[in-house]
Ligand binder design. Structure first.
Ligand SMILES: Nc1nc2c(ncn2[C@@H]2O[C@H](COP(=O)(O)OP(=O)(O)O)[C@@H](O)[C@H]2O)c(=O)[nH]1
Ligand SMILES: Nc1ncnc2c1ncn2[C@@H]1O[C@H](COP(=O)(O)OP(=O)(O)O)[C@@H](O)[C@H]1O
Length: 187
């Protein structure tokens, strides 16, 4: 018998506050066989976020070192402010072991992965409406008005990129959206 064949990588992108984190958490809870990559970031932790679980929270100098070492599969400055990137080795190890692997990254990162790993599956998480997206961003209450405006400006650009993706999942209901994504990842 040959060993397990490498799993396919799935990239989940979508605008701020559409529910990427919520849907990813639902998958983690319901489908322990799926591994969610932990990104590195220079942004500060939000209340309740745990270093090494939600993100690896790095200083600017630590992120520089990671970038120079070549161990980032992709990285980008998101919302014109902080750097976010995907550590390469853990992803390669999980895929080689046959583990379905999910990256929750922004549009710029998704485009970089499209160039370097064209066999990956690209999924766009879409809001039911623009009004609902704004409602979720305000309701989350984690950004001030200026930061929300910045994120909504990025969101308009990201929504226009929906046709670049292989699949679109509308996040009207978290459990349904998570099941749809898990199904795509494990089919
Ligand atoms: N390119 C890239 N983007 C990332 C990565 N990790 C997170 N992001 C994106 O960075 C953006 C900001 O994330 P975050 O600060 O958690 O804010 P939120 O999306 O509003 O919850 C989102 O679009 C994420 O998808 C990464 O490793 N690479
Ligand atoms: N399907 C949904 N219906 C209603 N509210 C949702 C849904 N999905 C997520 N939310 C809420 O929207 C807000 C933004 O979700 P979050 O997961 O932080 O988004 P993202 O990671 O895409 O920025 C949170 O307050 C979350 O509870």
């Amino acid at each position: 018998m040959s060993g397990r064949s490498p799993a396919r990588l799935t990239v989940l992108a979508g605008p701020t506050a559409v529910g990427k984190g919520t849907v990813s958490a639902a998958i983690r809870a319901q489908h322990p066989e799926v591994w969610l990559s932990v990104s590195a970031t220079t942004r500060a932790p939000r209340p309740g976020e745990v270093d090494g679980v939600h993100y690896r929270f790095l200083s600017e100098e630590q992120f520089d070192a990671l970038e120079v070492s070549g161990d980032l599969l992709e990285w980008a400055v998101v919302h014109g402010r902080h750097r976010y990137g995907t550590p390469r080795s853990p992803v390669a190890e999980r895929l080689a072991a046959g583990t379905p692997t999910l990256l929750e990254i922004d549009l710029q990162g998704a485009r970089q992965v499209r160039r370097t790993m064209p066999d990956a599956r690209f999924v766009f998480l879409a809001p039911p409406s623009w009004e609902e997206l704004v409602h979720r961003l305000v309701g989350r209450g984690t950004e001030d008005a200026e930061e929300r405006e910045r994120r909504l400006a990025t969101a308009r650009v990201e929504l226009a990129a929906e046709p670049e993706f292989d699949h679109v999942i509308v996040n009207d209901d978290v459990a349904r959206a998570a099941e749809e994504l898990a199904h795509l990842m494990t089919e």
